[in-house]
Ligand binder design. Structure first.
Ligand code: ATP
Ligand code: MG
Length: 600
């Protein structure tokens, strides 16, 4: 390929509205171009990288025994109605209504395909003999994200690999899950990505039934709790707070005392009026667990974790109570609930941190009023078993495995594996007969990878101030031939010859044949980040030498023109497979996070 033949609109300036490095660099290097918020064109270079990521995913899915198919993005609304996901997705589900002859037909653009594939399988699989089977596709998904942002990291239209396993037993599901989990490691390793496999929230079927693959990044929208000592890693939603000893401070107990706190319905507002601190407050939250109200108490500086609350109380569904319910059970408007003097006798659960809070401040269950001197062990009957881990982890909390200190870090979710169970097979009647002719719902798993996020996530952690640093496996081109004088016929002939030989040897090669200043060409070469740059300059050519330089090295080296093509093809082939040079490179300026020990 010749630079002048393709379209690579590089930019010097940081484009407006691009906040994070991967977004800036994908625009500046001419990989993508925005069409509207949340929708991008992949330009020729960007598309090549996207296709390479897609191909790696496809190869590893095939190798793991998954079978590719392709479902339509257009889906009938009835399928989503049957599983209750019209409501669950809400505005995210892109619906459209079209006229066909004389009737309106309601459709949705698939945000994911559990419904379509389960419906398909319900028609064609009816016996345990036809399973296990893992089906996958690589296809465009549509989600009306309320905040599309960060370039292709969060868009309303994106490329996903979604796989689904169909199993006749839980053991078989576990085996399919393990295969996908292992394939994900291979995929992200081959892509040269640094990632963590973390335990993730898994919904009602519980256990360690879900993992997310996370790219550590300050700019990620997710948060991971991580233990440097033992390698435990979990999404903030899922991370447990390890056990420790609690010590109630030995201070005199104050009497209960109601104080006026006009309009102070927030922790910050109360702290300001009463000159207190959030950690001295009791946050009182009213939840509905399977339609029944319950009270959850937390220290004022802690965040409730709904998954933990749901599991602790053993409910299937949990949600914040409506203001009407809050008024009914507390006797006060929102913001003034407290554990003492509730209007209704409902179960009270408390986070364990409250085991060491004396003389706290809480709502008084009266409008514009708080109570001081609250001591739960004296003023409120809470069963010992209802002190539990109900909050989000904070940095420094003990690790649930080894008790060392947990760290928090931002992350980009790039993939997700999930034991679904029978949720979809039940609502869509996908059943099978076992060897005793008994009918059961099929047991399912689902496994997603965001292909666009592989590319953007890679760039987010692999760049310097000059541009992108690609591993060979994902680079749009592997070798860039840079002739210094494009009007030197002999030099151009040699360039073409090298290009053809490298291409014939399977190396993706591009020639920068622009008649531009060397400085411009070098700058663009660094910006688009092709791993191996080969300069054909007049002096070297006279001596029968080429100058080669890896994008991440500061030094170039001279090699003989004689035999150059096979030698380069061999180096590139090796690097494509093991990314050894890419991984071992010195990390300066924007060193991403180190590949963390990941012993999950
Ligand atoms: P998020 O929490 O980031 O919204 P999700 O958990 O809803 O993502 P899944 O339903 O698990 O996403 O989809 C599988 C994969 O698809 C994700 O791991 C992610 O890599 C990718 N993905 C999801 N939403 C988007 C999006 N709006 N743009 C680009 N990729 C996405
Ligand atoms: Mg997910």
């Amino acid at each position: 390929m010749r630079w002048t033949q393709t379209l690579i609109p590089t930019m010097k300036e940081t484009p407006e509205g691009a906040e994070i490095p991967s977004h800036v660099l994908m625009l500046r290097a001419g990989l993508i171009s925005q069409v509207m918020a949340g929708a991008y064109t992949y330009l020729p270079l960007g598309l090549r990288s996207l296709r390479k990521a897609e191909q790696i995913v496809r190869e590893e899915m095939d190798r793991a025994g998954a079978v590719e198919l392709l479902m339509p993005a257009l889906t009938p609304i009835s399928l989503w109605e049957q599983t209750g996901r019209v409501e669950a997705f809400g505005d995210v589900l892109m619906q459209l209504s079209v006229r066909r002859q004389n009737r309106q037909v309601q459709m949705a653009l698939g945000p994911t395909h559990e419904e379509v594939i389960t419906d398909l399988v319900s028609r064609h699989i009816s016996s345990y003999r036809q399973m296990p089977v893992i089906l996958y596709q690589i296809q465009t998904k549509f989600r009306n994200e309320q905040r599309p942002r960060f370039g292709v990291l969060r868009t309303s239209e994106f490329l996903m690999k979604d796989a689904y396993s169909f199993n006749a037993s839980v053991e078989s599901l576990d085996a399919s899950y393990d295969k996908m989990y292992a394939a994900y490691h291979k995929i992200f390793d081959r892509c040269g990505i640094e990632y963590l496999a973390v335990e993730a929230e898994s919904g009602p079927i519980g256990g360690d039934a879900s993992h997310e693959f996370m790219i550590p990044s300050e700019n990620g929208e997710d948060c991971v709790a991580y233990c440097p000592a033992c390698g435990y890693a979990a999404n903030l939603e899922r991370a447990d707070v390890g056990r420790r000893e609690y010590h109630m401070p030995d201070v005199p107990l104050q009497d209960l005392q109601d104080v006026d706190t006009p309009h102070a319905g927030t922790i910050a507002g109360v702290c300001e009026q009463l000159s207190s601190e959030p950690r001295q407050m009791i946050k009182t939250m009213i939840y509905m667990a399977d339609e029944k109200p319950l009270v959850v108490l937390l220290r004022g500086d802690r965040e409730a974790n709904e998954g933990k609350i749901r599991r602790a109380v053993g409910a299937e569904r949990i949600e914040m109570a409506e203001p009407g319910v809050i008024l009914e059970v507390t006797g006060a408007p929102v913001g003034f609930a407290g554990p003492v003097g509730l209007a209704a006798d409902i179960p009270i659960w408390a986070d364990r941190d409250l085991l060491e809070v004396r003389n706290a401040i809480s709502g008084a269950n009266k409008a514009d009023t708080h109570t001081k001197g609250v001591n739960l062990d004296r003023d409120c009957k809470i069963d010992a078993g209802r002190y539990a881990d109900l909050r989000n982890v904070v940095a420094g909390d003990p690790c649930p495995r080894c008790s060392q200190k947990l760290e928090l870090r931002g992350a980009i979710e790039v993939g997700h594996v999930f034991k679904l169970g029978t949720k979809y097979s039940q609502s869509l009647s996908a059943r099978f007969l076992d060897d005793k002719e008994q009918l059961h719902p099929i047991i399912m798993g689902c496994y997603g990878i965001g292909i666009n996020r592989i590319v953007a996530g890679l760039i987010e952690n692999n760049h310097d101030k000059f541009g992108i640093i690609w591993p060979v496996a994902l680079a749009p081109y592997e070798v860039l031939l840079l002739p210094m004088k494009v009007d030197d016929e002999a030099a151009m002939q040699l360039t073409d010859k090298l290009h053809d030989e490298l291409t014939a040897a399977g190396v993706d090669t591009m020639i920068d044949d622009r008649n531009a200043r060397a400085g411009v060409k070098f700058k663009d070469a660094d910006l688009i980040g092709i791993p191996l740059r080969i300069v054909l300059g007049p002096r070297g050519l006279k001596e029968g030498k080429l100058e080669i330089k890896w994008r991440w090295d500061s030094q170039a080296q001279m090699i003989d023109i004689e035999g150059a093509a096979p030698a380069i093809a061999e180096m590139i082939g090796k690097e494509r497979n093991d990314a050894a040079r890419f991984r071992a490179r010195p990390r300066g300026f924007n060193a991403g996070t180190s590949p963390a020990a990941n012993n999950l």
